[in-house]
Ligand binder design. Structure first.
Ligand SMILES: [Zn+2]
Ligand SMILES: [Zn+2]
Length: 366
């Protein structure tokens, strides 16, 4: 009885049962393939609109009586198979069943470009494996493909990197985009210079202003102390064209920076205060009076003495290290102030600006 059963009135051996089962499964597979083709066609023509449904999913749920998950799965498979010619052919020929096709559809989601290259091999491999082994093989491929896709994404992100620096309406506009790793380097460096716990009483800066100041501090430090390729024998440096009239408070030719353009006389006086910058001072007729490092420059010996005396920025609570500081002439040299230790103090870049703007006073020395 276990070996034989009657079907259509004929006795059947077990082998016949298996043959018939295999034949039915093949038919089911080809019917499944046809179902998927029908769904693909419904997607193409927007059948849900023709028939007054909100979505194709709700149409399938209503008309087939299937679950939402199954309806969505059919649609996902139909969409994917339009781009999977080898899988579709194997399904239509009954060589792959729907569960194996779904494995391949899921795998393709990890990296569709790589899948297109490997599809034929994967279809052949999966067709000859048990469902459990097919699952393992496809999962292994999917993990490798995900890694490659992530690396491709990294490259694509890096390719988008950019930094624009342009002069707009008298200001310098900076705008950029960085990949996460490079961005983290910049954010860590800026964060290290934007301590909100600073005790400095003049410290009412917004976070954006702190970041801007930090960027300038970094760049200033690099120009003053970093390893730089030399242009000829000189370090590349901020070049400013100063008019002696503007420095001495008279109307005259404007002061200009090489790249960033015209600056106010007040900013020019600050730049000319210390001379780590290269100055080109001109008279009204653009006659060069003074290029670069002259007697007004704080000499190496004098700077060492100043650094030893002040330690860093002299504004209480600032704590900016000496390497970020300018030597400030308490009485500007353009007003006849001497370049001597008694007329100099160390100020960080930000406090130097605030002092020249008259917003912060230099503490009296004992
Ligand atoms: Zn100054
Ligand atoms: Zn300071």
């Amino acid at each position: 009885m276990a070996a034989v059963m009657h079907l259509d009135g004929f006795p059947m051996f077990s082998e016949h049962l298996v043959e018939r089962l295999v034949a039915h499964r093949r038919q089911m597979a080809s019917l499944e393939a046809e179902c998927i083709s029908l769904v693909a066609e419904m997607i193409r023509r927007g059948a849900e609109e023709d028939l007054g449904y909100r979505s194709l999913t709700s149409l399938l749920i209503d008309r087939l009586g299937v679950s939402a998950g199954l309806a969505r799965g059919m649609i996902r498979t139909a969409v994917a198979l339009t781009e999977m010619p080898h899988s579709r052919a194997a399904l239509e020929a009954g060589d792959l069943d729907l569960p194996r096709i779904r494995l391949l559809v899921t795998a393709r989601g990890a990296n569709s470009h790589l899948f297109a290259d490997h599809e034929q091999t994967l279809v052949e491999a999966v067709g000859g494996l048990s469902m459990a082994d097919a699952h393992c093989a496809v999962e292994y491929w999917r993990q490798q493909a995900s890694l490659e896709a992530a690396e491709d994404d990294d490259d694509a992100q890096r390719d988008q990197r950019r930094l624009h620096v342009s002069v707009m309406a008298g200001m310098v506009h900076i705008d950029g985009l960085l990949d996460p790793v490079s961005g983290q380097v910049v954010m860590t460096a800026l964060d290290s210079l934007t301590d909100p716990g600073n005790l400095d009483p003049s410290n009412d800066r917004t976070p954006a202003q702190r970041r801007a100041d930090a960027l300038v501090d970094l760049c200033r430090d690099h120009l003053n102390h970093g390893e730089l390729p030399t242009q000829g024998t000189e370090r590349p440096h901020v070049m400013v064209h100063l008019s002696i009239d503007a420095l001495e408070g008279r109307a005259g030719r404007p002061c200009e920076l090489d790249d960033a353009g015209v600056i106010t006389p007040r900013a020019a006086r600050q730049l000319a205060c210390d001379a780590k910058i290269t100055r080109i001072i001109t008279t009204g007729e653009s006659q060069v009076l003074d290029v670069g490092r002259t007697t007004r420059v704080v000499s190496g010996g004098m700077r060492r003495a100043l650094t030893a005396r002040d330690g860093g920025c002299v504004i209480a609570g600032c704590g900016a290290p000496r390497r970020w500081c300018d030597a400030h002439h308490v009485k500007h040299w353009a007003d006849g102030g001497p370049t001597s230790l008694g007329n100099l103090v160390l100020l960080c870049g930000r406090h130097h600006t605030l002092v020249h703007d008259g917003k912060v006073r230099i503490p009296a020395r004992e």
